[in-house]
Design a protein around this ligand. Sequence first.
Ligand code: PMP
Length: 391
Amino acid sequence: MTVRTKHSRIYLDHQATTPVDPRVIQAMQPYLADCFANPSATTHVSGIKARQAVENARKQIALAIGAPTNDIIFTSGATESNNLAILGTIEANKSKRNRVITVSTEHKSVLETTKQLRSRGYEVISVGVGKDGIVNVNELRKYIDSNTLLVSVMLVNNETGVIQPIKEISEICNNDGALLHSDCAQALGKMPVNVISLDVNLASFSAHKVYGPKGIGALYIKQLKSALIRPITFGGGQERGLRPGTLPVNLCVGFGEAAKISLLERNQDSEKSILLEQRLWNGILSVIPQVKLNGHPNFRAPGCMNIACKGISSDSLIDAWAELEIAKGSACEATNTQSSHVLRAMGLSRSQADSSLRIGVGRFTNDKEISRAISIIQSSFGFEGRKSGLV
Ligand code: PMP
């Protein structure tokens, strides 16, 4: 199956978002027009049909992450899931403990939310990472004690693809009764995600990172009960009173279908991504011999390559390779002129961070596109790739 954009550009920014899988669009279509009823309006057949579609989607998502269906609630995306996970658990447990711990390389929706807590009198600690982007578990361990309410650590980083040792962290949290939240938005579809074996209390997901539509996400809440989490927005009793508002049935259905496909096709997607990534890396290496991979070479989700091209600014590469749709870092910070906080936290200097690029291949990237990308990269350096046998 191919998904082609109408222009000649090559989409290599799958961490920012993924194209919607045509099978997802097909599954959503009946719920855009025909089945338009409110899924809470279960006094009539149309409402019941809409409710069934939502519940089926919930089941598909639960299956994809190894969770009980009842422990999933829909949100608008991972930003909202992260906000609800952090602020909601604080709200429910505020009289008990005072410390919240996170990691310096988290997504802004975690960092900015925990920053809010600081102004409300909570002790917020941001633990550092090593040069490889992996959280310093020994430092983390020092802060986790009987005063620690919540620890929030992402599973896969959105700029480097680095995988954090969540299971190891959950063991530490369990010893002291601290809750563990993990932002898993970038992990689903790229690696096995089983919230039970990861042993997290809360996990955030987003459909548009896994070939689903934008505007829908989910929060897994272990053994969902009000003692653990309280709502942070108020209205009707939808989503067990935790996330009021009418559910967008078509988006829920799209997320469900995307989750189902991710479970079936994750291995083949990953194998392909690794091969394409390797070819692209070799092509870049042929013209930028000083290129270095940012982040751990092995504890990394397939399809996300963050590279430092010493002595060349990332802006100039983005300009020179205009046909390649690549990024300097998180799309959520695209308007920010500062260097990537993730790369800086990994110890890169400002100039190293500003010569780094994020390149992400995905399900619909093909060999031909990678060959063309390599020849664009090589010709931008006045290098005739064909002679080298690279393309
Ligand atoms: N967390 C991570 C790790 C992400 O990559 C993103 C998307 N950039 C988000 C959270 C926010 O997700 P959403 O766009 O669904 O709000």
